[in-house]
Design a protein around this ligand. Structure first.
Ligand SMILES: [Ca+2]
Length: 344
């Protein structure tokens, strides 16, 4: 008999399948009542048990699902967070990169500008009277050197000698009228004083700046008889203020007979308020000038202007010992400089 041959388990399995796919069915009354009522009751009990198990399982499953979902959400959140972090880092990197390239291009521009400045400056700069001479200014007189940021020089009024021995000379000192006192303090010698057309000192800072290139110094002198002599030094440097405007000169030539400035070589500048000389005495106060006093003088070109020369009393006149000795004050003196390599 094939219907009875169906085992209880087969029936159960069928039931589960039916129940799982259509869970409402078992609640409906069966359309056909089988003859085996007892068997059916037993089966229903087993089904209920299974039902409960399935319910438990599905609860566990949904719990697991929820947990998985939660975990998944948290993973997704973490991934998203990581992604946004990466994006932030990336955008910062891009930002940095663009800033870097911007900086680079700025540096390029600055270098270009600097190069242009250097080219302009070396080609067109007006350093001194020799630069003016090269630009075809050939008449001696007062000129204004423009300020130059590259050279660090302010606008400066100078007297240019464009005639003597080839021209191109910037005059740094003149004594000819006796109307300007040279018995001045450190600050005044630093800045300069007097009148460019008359008696003046160009100023130690200016002379220092003008002698940074290899420079030649020329000293011209005239006595009260109208006799003129000169001394030249192919090497002349005035140190800066930190070095007390120390004088460095060499290679004397000229017709004045004696190198009376050589004695003052490699000595610091002294004024009445700053004794930098090599003497126990205060030479600047004794000789009444500002000068590279050693101990004290073999020349005193910034001394006192005495009319008609003789001043045997104090030895503080405008002297050049090798020519007229220590007690003869000269009528006229000019000190001037130009680059050593100047070609007229
Ligand atoms: Ca002294």
């Amino acid at each position: 008999m094939p219907s009875t041959a169906l085992s209880a388990t087969t029936c159960l399995c069928l039931f589960i399948v039916v129940f799982v796919s259509h869970p409402a069915w078992p609640q409906k009354p069966p359309k056909r009542q089988g003859p085996a009522q007892l068997k059916g009751a037993k089966c229903c009990e087993a089904v209920r048990e299974l039902q409960a198990q399935v319910a438990n399982l599905s609860a566990a499953l949904s719990e697991l699902g929820r947990k998985q979902e939660k975990d998944w959400v948290s993973v997704v959140m973490q991934v998203m967070e990581l992604e946004s972090g990466a994006k932030r880092v990336e955008s910062r990197l891009t930002d940095a990169e663009s800033k870097y390239s911007e900086l680079n291009s700025q540096i390029d521009i600055m270098q270009l500008q600097a190069a242009q400045t250097v080219t302009q400056t070396s080609a067109d700069a007006t350093y001194d009277c020799s630069s003016l001479y090269q630009k075809n200014y050939r008449i001696s007189g007062v000129y204004k050197l423009p300020s130059d940021d590259f050279l660090g020089s302010p606008e400066l009024e100078v007297f240019c000698d464009m005639e003597t021995s080839g021209g191109g000379w910037t005059v740094i000192q003149r004594r000819k009228s006796g109307l300007v006192s040279f018995y001045r303090d450190w600050r005044q010698y630093k800045q300069g004083f007097g009148s460019t057309r008359g008696d003046f000192w160009l100023g130690n800072d200016n002379i220092h700046r003008l002698s940074r290139r290899p420079t030649r110094l020329r000293v011209e002198m005239e006595d009260w008889q109208g006799d003129r002599r000169y001394a030249e030094y192919s090497h002349f440097v005035l140190g800066n203020e930190i070095n007390s405007y120390r004088l460095s000169l060499g290679n004397y030539s000229g017709d004045v007979g004696n190198d009376a400035l050589g004695y003052h070589n490699n000595t610091a500048f002294s004024t009445k308020d700053k004794d930098n000389d090599n003497c126990l005495d205060k030479c600047a106060q004794l000789r009444k000038g500002g000068y590279w006093y050693n101990c004290c003088t073999d020349s005193n070109l910034n001394g006192v202007y005495y009319r008609l020369g003789e001043h045997s009393k104090h030895l503080d006149g405008i002297t050049w010992y090798g020519w007229h000795g220590s007690s003869y004050s000269l009528k006229r003196v000019e000190m001037k400089i130009r680059p050593e390599d100047f070609q007229p």
